[in-house]
Structure formats: structure tokens, C-alpha cells
Design a protein around this ligand. Structure first.
Ligand SMILES: Cc1cc2nc3c(=O)[nH]c(=O)nc-3n(C[C@H](O)[C@H](O)[C@H](O)COP(=O)(O)OP(=O)(O)OC[C@H]3O[C@@H](n4cnc5c(N)ncnc54)[C@H](O)[C@@H]3O)c2cc1C
Length: 488
């Protein structure tokens, strides 16, 4: 006799666990099945985001930024420190402890919301049953009125760049290095490649980022992307655009300057081609960060009727219905940007729809953040996108160089930019590169969620001196009414 639930969620990442929690809040009988195991074989809820993505990367970005600032910025503030030393083991211990606290928190949230957390592999069987297989091979079958698939994504691997987890690694391995690689190669100048490259550059690595596209950050507004590229190059990130990696292999390399016979170390030879021809780059570690793909291995038994598109995503409609009665799918495993907050909103929406409530996700207003220094964040359309749509538009920018708060923070780099419609003044996109851009974008998201006009932001009082004044001033600049910078 199988256990019967109202809802079974497969996957406890940022899409699955909120779905389960909201289902519990909606007084539904709910179980959440997750198979994530850490390198040491322990189970943990939280998926990629909490265990190997958003949270550990932000922990290391914060620590490495403090190290960098202590090295280069403290003296500007009149703070003198002696011999600055890096204790990477302590930094990594802090990262691991934050992850443990956060993943442990999900167990507590499940308990508080009546969610039965089950650790093991979940497989959807026809008729809304789920076969759960534990680490020890023990099996049990659960049944539910509704099943939510939230199995997430995994890193894309390159055929000629064989992953070994030690020298040729993925983003998860790169968050757990126990020594700073002298020379680090990163394939891919996307969000993950730039964040990881920044961490290890700040901690002392010589970092080369190899990107196949000629355009830097094509998903971002190009005014912002150009400004970002300038800063990253100044920080010593060697970003090679239009460079295609054809192969990489682990090789024994002579240790530079060593005289002793046999003084060799393992390194990675990376072969890439750009407009100048073929090159070989030698690095100590190579991170492959070329994107992620939906993960559905072992998820769907024969005959469930759930279908995948040609890129492997589970097909869903705007409300995350798979087309099979009472089977839903959310998060990275379905179309749309692979972002934790997008998955979370989908998970919550589905749990509310199952309970018979009204719910929807506004896919037009999804914020993006890149946690580099300076930080980059945006919501809505880029200037290039609006131009291509043919709609007449106006633009306002405000440089952080004119912000008293940014100056006080020694972070007066970058700008806020607003793109608005010429006809009805609607805000179409807000883009920020600068200090705390990821926090500032919250105001922009709220404004766009409520279909704000530029004038709405212009007439909203912003505290002084705060970084948020940059958004206010950029809105004023749209109509050449900026007070604290020269209108152009
Ligand atoms: C280095 C890095 C940094 C990132 N930083 C950010 C960031 O700052 N902000 C942001 O928004 N996003 C970030 N992301 C992306 C973010 O992690 C993902 O968008 C998010 O985790 C997707 O959530 P999900 O729940 O759909 O999938 P996942 O988080 O991948 O979770 C899926 C879960 O389902 C489990 N699972 C899969 N199949 C089964 C099965 N058959 N049975 C049982 N369990 C199963 C998996 O083990 C996993 O635990 C980052 C990603 C990486 C790699």
C-alpha cells in the first residue's frame, strides 16, 4: 500500500522547496524528495543554489572582496595594517559553515510547515506515483494527487575538455579549491565564469577568461557591459573575446625556475583559436563555465506522458503545467532564465494553483544580478532591445562618481541607467553597475512590477545620502532634470 499525499515535489532546490513549503501552508499533505549528496556523500536539501551555487559563491565573493579591499583600499581610509595574510582554510570553513546553516534551515522550515522531507532519488511513474530509491537501494512507492518536478540543472561539459574534478573542473569544484591556483583558466565569460574568476583573481590567481562570443555580456545593456569590461580588465582579469577552445588536456609541466631534475607539476594545456590563430595557454586549474542544462536523468519512467523540448527542458505552459493532468514542473528544468528567484516564484505559484488560489509569475520582470565588483544588476529591457523593437525611447544615466554615499564608500564607479518609453513614459528597463547594484535593483523591480512611469520614480523621495539616489537621479536625467549631475 503506497503512502498517499496531496502533493509530492521532486527536488528541494530553490524551486522545489518553496513549492513544498507553500503547499504545506495551504494545508495540503506534502512530501519533498531530494537526492542531492555532497562530495562527502551526505544528503543535503537546498539543491545547486544552497550547496554549490548562489550561497557558497556569494560567501567567497564577500570574503575575497574584503581581502582585496584590505590589501588595496584600507590605506586610502587611513587604516594601516601589518602583514596581510590569507588563510584560505578559514575562508573555506566559513563558506562551508554558511552552507550548512542554510541547508539545515530547510529541514527546520519543512518541519514548521508540515512538509515530509525524504532523501533519495525520485522517479515519476504513470498515474502520479513516485518511486523513491534510497542510497542503500531501498525502494518505496508514494502516490499523490499532484506531482511537481523541480529537478534543476547541471553544468554543461565540453567533449574535448574532459572533466576530472581536480584540474579540469566545474563551478562546484571551483568553489572548494583548497589552495589558490597560481594560474586559473575559465572557459566562459558568463555570470558564473566572471564571479568565480573574480574570487580567485582577488585571492591572487592570474586569471584568463576565454569566451567564444565577440560581444561581452550580450544579455546585459551594452553601456553597462562595456563599463564592466573596462573595470574587470583593470582588475587584472585577462578576458579573451572571440576565442574558441578546441581542446584541453592535463599534462606534466616543468616547474618554472626549478633546477632539480623531476621538478614537474601537473598543469592543463588549453588550445584555443581567435582571430590571430591558434594558441596554447597553460594553467594550473581550468574551470568550465559554459552554461547549464536541464537535469532529467532517471526522473521520468516510461509512459508518464511528460515531454521534453529539443534542448531537454520539460515542456510547460505559462502556469508550469506539463500537459499531463496534475503534473507540474518548475525552476531550471523548464524554460526561462536559470535563476533561483525565478524558480522560487514558479514553485510558489504552482502550490497556490494546486490549492485553488489565483497565482501567476510576471516573466517580464525578472531581475538579474552579477555579484562582481562593481556589481551589475538589471530588470526589464536593454536599450538595444528597445531600439530593436522600434519603440521610441528616452534614456537617463547617473554616475556613482556624483554620489556622496558611493564616494564615502570608496566605490564611486559605474552608473544607474533608465530606459523609458517616449510615448507614455513607462519605465522599460533599469540597469545598474556599481556598489550594491543587486540591492538597488529591488526598487527597480517593484517600480516595474507596478508599471511605474519615469515620473513616478522622479516624484518618489529617496533618502540622502544613499546609493538609491542614483536611481532617482537617473529617472530625473531621463527628462534632463537631474540635480546632482550635468544633464546631457
Ligand atoms: C556557481 C553558481 C552560482 C549561482 N549563483 C546564483 C545567484 O547568485 N543567483 C541566482 O538566482 N542563481 C544563481 N545560480 C543558479 C541557481 O543555482 C539555479 O538557478 C537554481 O539552483 C535552480 O533551482 P532549481 O530548484 O530549479 O534546481 P536545483 O537547485 O538544481 O535543485 C534541484 C534539486 O533536485 C534534485 N534532484 C534532481 N533530480 C532528482 C530526482 N530524480 N530525485 C530526487 N532529487 C532530484 C537535485 O539533486 C537538486 O537538489 C548559480 C548557479 C551556480 C552553479
Amino acid at each position: 500500500m503506497s503512502e498517499i499525499y496531496d502533493v509530492i515535489v521532486i527536488g528541494a532546490g530553490p524551486a522545489g522547496y518553496p513549492a513544498a513549503i507553500r503547499a504545506g501552508q495551504n494545508k495540503l499533505k506534502v512530501a519533498c524528495v531530494d537526492e542531492w549528496q555532497n562530495f562527502d556523500g551526505t544528503y543535503a536539501f537546498g539543491g545547486t543554489c544552497l550547496n554549490a551555487g548562489c550561497i557558497p559563491s556569494k560567501a567567497l565573493l564577500e570574503s575575497s572582496e574584503l581581502f582585496q579591499r584590505a590589501k588595496e583600499e584600507f590605506s586610502v581610509h587611513g587604516i594601516k595594517i601589518g602583514d596581510l595574510k590569507l588563510d584560505l582554510a578559514a575562508m573555506q570553513k566559513r563558506r562551508a559553515s554558511i552552507v550548512k546553516t542554510m541547508t539545515g534551515g530547510i529541514t527546520a522550515l519543512f518541519k514548521a510547515n508540515g512538509v515530509v522531507g525524504i532523501q533519495g532519488h525520485g522517479r515519476l511513474l504513470p498515474g502520479n506515483r513516485v518511486l523513491v530509491t534510497g542510497k542503500d537501494g531501498a525502494e518505496k512507492t508514494l502516490a499523490a494527487k499532484h506531482v511537481v518536478l523541480a529537478s534543476g540543472s547541471v553544468p554543461i561539459r565540453l567533449k574535448n575538455v574532459p572533466h576530472d574534478g581536480k584540474f579540469i573542473v566545474d563551478s562546484w569544484n571551483a568553489l572548494e579549491f583548497d589552495a589558490v591556483p597560481a594560474r586559473l583558466g575559465v572557459i566562459g565569460a558568463g555570470v558564473i565564469g566572471l564571479e568565480l574568476g573574480s574570487v580567485w583573481r582577488r585571492l591572487g590567481s592570474e586569471v584568463t577568461v576565454i569566451e567564444a562570443l565577440d560581444t561581452f555580456l550580450p544579455i546585459a545593456d551594452q553601456t553597462i557591459a562595456k563599463e564592466a569590461l573596462r573595470h574587470f580588465k583593470k582588475q587584472g582579469l585577462d578576458i579573451k573575446l572571440g576565442a574558441k577552445v578546441s581542446s584541453a588536456k592535463v599534462a606534466n609541466a616543468k616547474v618554472e625556475g626549478a633546477t632539480a631534475a623531476g621538478a614537474h607539476a601537473t598543469a592543463v594545456d588549453v588550445v584555443y583559436t581567435d582571430a590571430q590563430g591558434e594558441h596554447t595557454l597553460q594553467v594550473d586549474k581550468l574551470v568550465v563555465a559554459v552554461g547549464r542544462k536541464p537535469f532529467t536523468a532517471g526522473l521520468l519512467a516510461e509512459g508518464t506522458g511528460v515531454s521534453l523540448d529539443d534542448r531537454g527542458f520539460i515542456k510547460v505552459d505559462d502556469h508550469c503545467r506539463t500537459g499531463v493532468a496534475n503534473v507540474w514542473a518548475v525552476g531550471d528544468v523548464v524554460r526561462g532564465p536559470m535563476l533561483a528567484h525565478k524558480g522560487k516564484e514558479e514553485g510558489v505559484m504552482v502550490a497556490d494553483l494546486i490549492a485553488g488560489h489565483f497565482a501567476e509569475v510576471n516573466y517580464k520582470v525578472i531581475p538579474s544580478v552579477i555579484y562582481t565588483q562593481p556589481e551589475i544588476a538589471w530588470v526589464g529591457q536593454t536599450e538595444e532591445g528597445v531600439k530593436a523593437s522600434g519603440r521610441a525611447y528616452k534614456v537617463g544615466t547617473f554616475p556613482f562618481a556624483a554620489s556622496g554615499r558611493a564616494r564615502a564608500m570608496e566605490a564611486a564607479q559605474g552608473m544607474a541607467k533608465i530606459v523609458s518609453a517616449q510615448d507614455d513614459d513607462e519605465v522599460l528597463g533599469i540597469h545598474v553597475i556599481g556598489p550594491m547594484a543587486g540591492e538597488l535593483i529591488g526598487e527597480a523591480v517593484l517600480a516595474m512590477e507596478y508599471s511605474a512611469s519615469t515620473e513616478d520614480i522622479q516624484r518618489t523621495m529617496h533618502a540622502h545620502p544613499t546609493l538609491s539616489e542614483a536611481i532617482h537621479e537617473a529617472a530625473l536625467a531621463v527628462d534632463k532634470k537631474a540635480i546632482d549631475s550635468i544633464n546631457r
